[in-house]
Design a protein around this ligand. Structure first.
Ligand code: GLV
Length: 320
């Protein structure tokens, strides 16, 4: 039996589809998007479950503020680099995430950013909106075509694999990196597994689909950019830490890279000021999973994980 006393604290926000499921069974407190760290620490106290998200650290301090009765941290998102898994494991706290629900949404945004960056759409639109369009011009606003492009997917997991499927219609070669071979991508899409340096050297479009971690931090740095074609388009919908923003800004300004489409940033919501002024950049405010369908489903999954753990069952999406 689920006790009425069990307390779930949503440290920022969960959508109604998830809230309704939780409120049917538990006492639920929601802090909202503007919650300060101090408010989070205070509200966590005495909770049996915490709903967290990628915007703040779930660390020993927060877990200790919650107390020893805490049983689950349900992170609203597929990535969980904000969660100290070791600190959770030491305290016997289960961590869950929301995979699958956002695979299509995030892969589609990567395609959108690839195309927007390749054709410099943001700059072209800005020119139009600000009255600089003087009529059809054979020279201005030229960009890169993706048809026939060699496409490199760094991290061919669920989202990277879906991205590759979506761009297969461009018809060029398909390369990927992955810890494990992906026979399905190889047989169905003719993809070739290569090492990262070879992928960077050969690709016209490089799309990053890795989680944030100490091992992946600044994977794309000055050296990596140096391997890439000067016309290559770089897309990042994984984590901002994957790319050394300062190195990318320099490469864009010096025409050493073709274009960049970015949804995630180091230290977001702060953004390297050079990215706002560098040429050939398409930017989005971390909206990879932001479709109606995906965010509703993610919210439902968060609730399903909390409910399972508090019922003493195996949650559908444990991590770590
Ligand atoms: C978003 O970035 C997520 O990890 O779900």
């Amino acid at each position: 039996m689920v006790s009425q006393q069990e307390r779930v604290v949503v440290l920022r926000e969960l959508l109604p589809v998830g809230m309704e499921l939780l409120e049917e069974q538990f006492e639920v407190e929601t802090l909202g998007l503007d919650a300060s760290r101090e408010q989070m620490l205070a509200a966590a106290s005495g909770s049996d479950a915490m709903v967290t998200d990628l915007t703040f650290a779930v660390d020993g301090e927060l877990l200790d503020a919650a107390g020893p009765q805490l049983r689950v941290v349900a992170n609203f998102g597929v990535g969980y680099d904000n969660v100290d898994l070791g600190a959770c494991a030491e305290r016997g706290v289960i961590v869950t995430n929301t995979p699958d629900a956002l695979t299509n949404a995030t892969a589609e945004l990567a395609v959108a950013l690839a195309m927007a960056a390749a054709r410099d759409l943001p700059a072209a639109e800005k020119d139009l909106r600000e009255g600089r369009w003087q009529g059809w011009d054979p020279k201005r606003w030229r960009g890169f075509e993706l048809s026939g492009a060699t496409i490199g997917v760094v991290g061919a997991g669920r989202i990277g694999g879906r991205f590759m499927e979506l761009v297969a219609g461009f018809g060029g070669e398909r390369l990927y990196t992955s810890r494990q071979p992906k026979p399905d991508l190889e047989s169905r899409l003719g993809a070739e597994r290569v090492e990262i340096d070879e992928l960077l050297t050969r690709s016209d479009l490089v799309s990053l689909h890795l989680p944030g971690s100490p091992e992946t931090t600044h994977l794309i740095d000055e050296r990596a950019i140096g391997l890439m074609k000067p016309t290559a388009v770089l897309v990042n919908t994984g984590r901002g830490t994957l790319v050394d923003s300062a190195a990318l800004v320099r490469a864009l300004e010096e025409d050493r890279i073709g274009a960049a489409g970015l949804d995630v940033f180091e230290g977001e919501p702060a953004i390297h000021p050079g990215l706002l002024t560098a040429p050939r950049v398409a930017l989005a405010p971390h909206i990879g999973s932001a479709t109606y369908r995906s965010r509703d489903e993610m919210s439902r999954i968060v609730a399903a994980n909390v409910i399972a753990v508090l019922r003493g069952e195996e949650p559908p999406n444990p991590v770590g």
